[in-house]
Ligand binder design. Structure first.
Ligand SMILES: Nc1ncnc2c1ncn2[C@@H]1O[C@H](COP(=O)(O)OP(=O)(O)OP(=O)(O)O)[C@@H](O)[C@H]1O
Length: 286
């Protein structure tokens, strides 16, 4: 689905490369954590996939397309296949929740009746039914990130890129966001998430690609945040699907959390898993 072939990226002449002969292949439907110190090249990888940046050397392939030969006029169609979620949400402040999500459909030319049906469905999927008329400043951080995820997912992209999606959220709220991304992955969407969140990486046990100074230093199936990190009892909380079944964090990471934050609309009941958001009867694959 995504392939980096000996990719180097140098932003400015004389600067050290942000990526240095990096190669990696991500298959359709995978969930991959991109980890590494600040400045190791994680966001650069995501920008190359979106063709916001171009490699200095090497090639990036997305869904079989060689981005080095992709005409500029085809870039919008590439990006329509890719949903993106950022740490700082990037919602349109003067638009309501409904309008923020609808906007992603409008720019792809979807007719009004499709938008009228699809937006409420997706807002229900992310647990925001009833908040359609709110503006971003009237929502919690977790709710804003749910809007951003709804907007990223509403066109059913084959790839979802998430750049530190839990970076601005408290641990309880982050747990809800991680479960949401995990469910999106469960629908077949390839998810690539750049993160510093060791607790979730250690619990999710998905593939981990670690970068250091633009080089892949580790590519680990069922990986952990840092090489050599011992497993914890919390790993037993992970469901076969990779969903987090209650607590986020452990002695492995900075997080010690029970369930989902009150702001996320779920009652705290220690020891029980987070309830799934209401299923969409129309789609039914959540
Ligand atoms: N637009 C840019 N112009 C010049 N240098 C840049 C630019 N973007 C990133 N860099 C440099 O490239 C390197 C990799 O940056 P990148 O943002 O990819 O790292 P990162 O791993 O995502 O970091 P963080 O975890 O802090 O977000 C860093 O040295 C950074 O300073």
């Amino acid at each position: 689905m995504i392939r980096f072939e000996n990719v180097s990226k140098v932003y400015a002449r004389g600067a050290r490369p942000a990526l240095d002969d990096m190669s990696a292949e991500i298959e359709r439907g995978e969930f991959v954590f991109l980890v590494g110190a600040s400045g190791s090249g994680k966001s650069t990888c995501l920008r190359l996939v979106l063709r916001e940046e171009r490699p200095t050397r090497g090639k990036v392939f997305v869904a079989g397309r060689d981005l080095s030969t992709l005409s500029s006029w085809k870039v919008p169609s590439l990006r329509r296949q890719i949903g993106v979620v950022f740490q700082d949400f990037r919602l349109l402040q003067n638009k309501t929740v409904f309008e923020n999500v609808a906007f992603a459909l409008q720019v792809t030319g979807k007719p009004r009746h499709t938008i009228a049906v699809t937006v409420p469905e997706v807002l229900e999927m992310v647990g925001l039914q009833g908040k359609e008329k709110r503006r971003p400043h009237e929502l919690s951080g977790g709710e804003q990130q749910r809007v951003a995820i709804a907007r990223a997912f509403v066109n059913r992209p084959s790839i979802l890129l998430a750049d530190e999606p839990t970076g601005n959220l408290d641990p309880n709220t982050s747990l809800g966001i991680m479960n949401l991304l995990s469910r999106i992955n469960g629908t077949g969407t390839t998810v690539v998430m750049a993160t510093h969140d060791s607790g979730f990486v250690n619990q999710m046990r998905q593939r981990v690609i670690e970068l250091a100074s633009g080089v892949v230093v580790r590519d680990q199936k069922d990986g952990v945040y840092g090489a050599g990190v011992p497993l914890s009892d919390d790993d037993a909380l992970r469901e076969p699907s990779g969903h987090l079944a209650g607590r986020a964090g452990s002695h492995l990471g900075p997080r010690t959390t029970t369930l989902v934050a009150p702001g996320e609309g779920v009652t705290e009941r220690p020891g029980e898993p987070e309830p799934e958001p209401a299923q969409s009867s129309a789609r039914g694959e959540w």
